[in-house]
Design a protein around this ligand. Structure first.
Ligand SMILES: NC(=O)C1=CN([C@@H]2O[C@H](COP(=O)(O)OP(=O)(O)OC[C@H]3O[C@@H](n4cnc5c(N)ncnc54)[C@H](OP(=O)(O)O)[C@@H]3O)[C@@H](O)[C@H]2O)C=CC1
Ligand SMILES: O=C(O)C1=N[C@H](C(=O)O)C[C@H](O)C1
Length: 245
């Protein structure tokens, strides 16, 4: 049995992870930690799963790596600088694995990969992400990650940033710019997690859309991550690497 500690255990994702791990035949929950609880409660854990807050996740990860506990992380807010810090910690603990995934839903991972493949064929691209109104961060980690992947594919193909004729705009009307890609964030009660990647070209558009209707959509990816991180020392970013896409 894989011994799992859940960080953010009373949150929307954490509570769903606790149930999913308890229902899995090959793992069990040994610690449920939330804001204000001592991290020492993780002493029995082989793997921690973190769905907390961008402001909390780095301290949690530092603790896990220092104690040789593998980590599966869904919390958002990972910049290149943060990833470099994690790699630095892991260099001191070569047997420990950390998997950070902006999105654990299979369809979201596929949508990102399809978007990467489509990127070089279109002159312009914009992203719309839509989430529940209790989400703390905008744009979503998934949209930011998608923008970076698409931008990289466009650069490799020698494409310039997409052009348009906007000369006057209300602040925010054209969205946020992530790596030269416009990202628009919608927040509404009733939504869970949704993303559209829109490509445009003279005479045609292509829209790739993914919808998570329920947080259960993330659970197969999280459980796969828990199993895989045990045999993947070092840092892995993105579930696509685990799925071998
Ligand atoms: N990668 C993926 O597939 C997915 C990623 N996410 C991401 O996961 C994160 C959590 O989302 P969600 O579950 O909706 O958020 P919630 O706010 O529902 O849950 C977060 C929980 O973490 C707790 N928390 C805050 N700080 C700490 C800490 N230092 N130690 C332990 N627990 C802490 C919060 O407590 P309190 O409320 O008291 O602050 C809360 O109970 C977000 O960054 C979100 O974007 C979400 C869905 C899928
Ligand atoms: O906060 C959420 O709900 C989600 N957060 C992640 C993100 O910011 O991309 C993953 C998913 O979109 C749900």
């Amino acid at each position: 049995m894989i011994r799992v500690g859940v960080l953010g255990a009373r949150g929307r994702m954490g509570a769903t992870v606790v149930k999913a791990v308890e229902a899995a035949p090959d793992m069990k929950v040994v610690a449920e930690v939330d804001d204000g609880d001592a991290l020492d409660a993780l002493s029995e854990a082989e793997v921690v799963v973190d769905f907390t807050h961008p402001a909390a996740v780095m301290d949690n990860l530092a603790y896990a790596v220092e104690h040789g506990i593998h980590a599966v992380v869904g919390t958002t807010g990972f910049t290149e600088e943060r990833l470099a810090s994690v790699r630095g910690w892991l260099a001191e603990r070569p047997g420990t694995g950390v998997l950070i995934a902006p999105n654990f839903a299979l369809g979201a991972v596929l949508a990102m990969r399809f978007a990467q493949q489509a990127a070089r064929f279109y002159s312009s691209v914009e992203i719309i992400e839509l989430h529940h109104n209790r989400k703390a961060d905008a744009p979503s980690g998934t949209a930011a990650h998608t923008a970076r992947l698409v931008a990289e594919a466009r650069r490799e193909a020698g494409l310039e940033p997409g052009a348009d004729a906007t000369t006057t705009e209300l602040d925010g009307a054209r969205g946020a710019t992530v790596d030269d890609v416009r990202v628009h964030s919608v927040r509404l009660p009733g939504l869970v997690a949704h993303e559209e990647i829109l490509f445009g070209q003279e005479g045609e558009t292509l829209t790739i859309r993914h919808d998570s209707m329920d947080r259960s959509s993330f659970m197969p990816g999280v459980l796969l991550g828990v199993r895989e991180v045990l045999r993947r020392p070092g840092l892995t970013v993105g579930l696509e690497n685990v799925l071998d896409l």
